[in-house]
Design a protein around this ligand. Structure first.
Ligand code: M6R
Length: 610
């Protein structure tokens, strides 16, 4: 949440900052702002709303500066307005900062500063930090020292950039709990919340660790801990390409990402699926293979869509490997003192690798001695680095705030994991080969679902005035019902609930009337006939049924108002297919309602505050 970027080098900084803000806008879009050092002065421009609002204020040709910082905001403290927008400055106007995170003790710091005569313009925690750094700078006359002193007093999280007109040759960056990447170019350096703001200028990056600072100047950079001990860093190469950050002709990133899924799924299993042997090779897990073999229990922790993937993973692993699995919301897990044993293996699933609750759950599990593994998309992210080992899902950058391709890649990786564990246990090679053959067919099966896009769009048109939706599924399709409802809620703002279909009779059935559309995921499995009975129960109460069913199913059209057909696969892989029409349904509903699909209100792509 919030994106920050700072640059020093030979380019006109205004272009670098504006590009960086546009690339990171998915991190927050309540306001945007820049501060550049122009003719020995700090020039700040900031505006409520999206980066395009700020753009209308900025005349790029009037800036020559080559050093500056910028911010795109997801509001925590204070309304989204011009005054609360970052950057914020100290009372002297010498220092400007941008901040991603939360300063939890800002109130007590603020009261102390007010008593000492300092004043405040905004409601933000960040301005308190700016004023505090300014106050310490008055005493120390050393910016780096003042920043270190301030940060040693701060409780909370920060990705922070500091610029000063009295020490104009540098930008100081620091992080704790919020991500920061340092781009290392030729005589140019860039600090940003994520690599998307950097790739246009260099592919060489350093992922800063928690409690680490970076000081960049035109002549180079240094890194150290906040308590001033030198740190060693490794330079990594960014793995994605700049084209992957473009819409590529699609109207929205979300649609592009939905249509990328045949490729991203393929990328998730390429080199890992040894189909002719029915085996799986997961290089990232080789160091913990014995731990996995001996695990008495697996715990999966995650948030949102990644938690839904975890629920599917539970079913897969228990089915193929017979290892008990528990799935926990990271936000609950971290605070409820979970009972954990050293031979438990904890998997943290996260697209961004930066979700604050999931990261805290990782810390909790490590503290209790468990083996902690990651299933992560963003390379070099905090969860990827802080887990003992893990599996990257290789979905490429996901820009649409609503997760789509990351979800199916998480499912693909979880199916590989289940097969890997199954083959370690009692799953036969023959069964392994059969599952592997099914996995290989998934990309083409997804492509065939796209042929139904027009039908799905027509259904969306018909139901776009509905105020509520219910999504129902059983077995492997229960988490898909949750995910379908979440997708609809977050991008169309239509209220939707997902339930296990059999739970309907225990309450939700009271909601059914002629105005209630009910989406049933009714693919062929052992309990197919049970779900047909559930559909009949909804129809008997005049509910409107939209069914996701398998091609060749002749029975379903008799009971459903609409049927969207998908190819058949084995039950454990069905969610990878059955979620596709639900992603498209949510997308087309939001399109009908003219929503800001890639940047839904109140949301941000990566939830780095709790
Ligand atoms: O980056 P993560 O996978 O850890 O993010 C978890 C959730 O915040 C995320 O899945 C969220 O629910 C999405 N908006 C869903 O589309």
């Amino acid at each position: 949440m919030c994106g920050i970027v700072g640059y020093i080098g030979n380019r006109k900084v205004i272009n670098v900052l504006m590009n960086g803000l546009k690339r990171m806008e998915y991190r927050g879009y309540d306001s945007a702002g820049i501060c550049v050092l122009e003719n020995d002065d700090l020039i700040t421009l900031k505006k409520k709303g999206k980066v395009s609002e700020l753009e209308s204020l900025v005349d790029e040709s009037s800036f020559d500066s080559t050093i500056g910082i910028a911010h795109t905001r997801w509001a925590t403290h204070g309304f989204p307005n011009d005054i609360n927008a970052h950057p914020h400055s100290d009372n002297s106007g010498n220092i400007s900062i941008v901040h991603n995170g939360i300063i939890e003790n800002y109130m007590s710091l603020k009261q102390g500063l007010i008593q000492s005569g300092y004043t405040f313009k905004s409601d933000t925690d960040t301005e308190v930090l700016a004023v505090y750094i300014g106050a310490l700078y008055e005493k120390t006359n050393d910016l780096e020292h003042a920043v270190r002193l301030a940060l040693s007093e701060v409780v909370g999280t920060f990705g922070l950039l500091v610029l000063s007109k009295t020490e104009p040759e540098k930008i100081i960056g620091a992080r704790r709990g919020s991500p920061m990447v340092l781009g290392v170019g030729d005589d140019e350096y860039i600090l940003a919340s994520d690599a998307t703001a950097i790739i246009q200028y260099t592919k060489q990056v350093i992922y800063l660790s928690d409690n680490e600072m970076a000081i960049i100047s035109k002549d180079g950079f240094t890194t150290k801990t906040i308590d001033n001990k030198a740190t060693k860093n490794t330079i990594h190469e960014i793995e994605f390409n700049i084209e992957q950050l473009e819409k590529g002709g699609y109207e929205h990133f979300m649609l592009k990402e939905i249509f990328e899924q045949p490729t991203t799924i393929q990328d998730a299993f390429t080199g890992r699926l040894l189909a002719d042997k029915g085996n799986i090779k997961l290089g990232g897990l080789s160091v913990v293979s014995e731990k996995l073999r001996n695990a008495k229990r697996i715990i999966i922790t995650a948030c949102g869509t990644s938690w839904h993937a975890g629920l599917v993973g539970e079913y897969m692993i228990e089915q193929l490997a017979g290892i008990p699995v528990e799935v926990e919301y990271a936000s609950e897990f971290r605070y409820r003192n979970p009972v954990l044993y050293p031979d438990d293996v904890v998997f943290a699933i996260s697209q961004s690798g930066e979700t604050a609750d999931t990261l805290a759950a990782v810390h909790e599990a490590k503290q209790k001695g468990c083996t902690v593994l990651g299933i992560v998309n963003v390379v070099g992210s905090s969860i990827a680095r802080e887990t003992d080992a893990g599996i990257y899902i290789h979905a490429g950058p996901e820009i649409g705030v609503a997760s789509t391709k990351a979800f199916t890649s998480q499912l693909a990786v979880l199916s590989l994991l289940a097969l890997y564990l199954g083959r370690m246990k009692n799953l036969s090679q023959l069964d392994g080969k059969k599952i592997a053959q099914e996995i290989l067919q998934i990309p083409d099966k997804i492509k065939s679902i796209f042929d139904h896009s027009d039908e799905i769009r027509a259904i969306a048109k018909e139901y776009s005035s509905a105020k509520n939706f219910i999504y129902l599924g059983r077995g492997y399709n229960f988490p898909v019902a949750l995910e379908g409802a979440l997708k609809l809620k977050e991008i169309s703002y239509i209220h939707a609930e997902g339930y296990p279909a059999a739970e309907m009779k225990h309450g939700p059935i009271a909601l059914i009337d002629e105005n209630m559309p009910v989406v049933f995921i009714a693919t062929h499995d052992e309990i197919y006939h049970k779900i047909i009975s559930n559909i009949e129960e909804v129809r008997a109460r005049k509910g409107k049924v939209i069914a996701i069913a398998n091609e060749g199913d002749t029975e379903i059209a008799r009971v459903a108002n609409h049927v969207i057909y998908i190819p058949e696969t084995i039950p454990m892989l069905t969610p990878i297919l059955s979620v596709i029409p639900l992603q498209l349904l949510a997308y087309y509903m939001a399109l009908e309602l003219d929503r800001t699909i890639d940047q839904p209100r109140n949301l941000a792509k990566s939830v780095t505050v709790e």
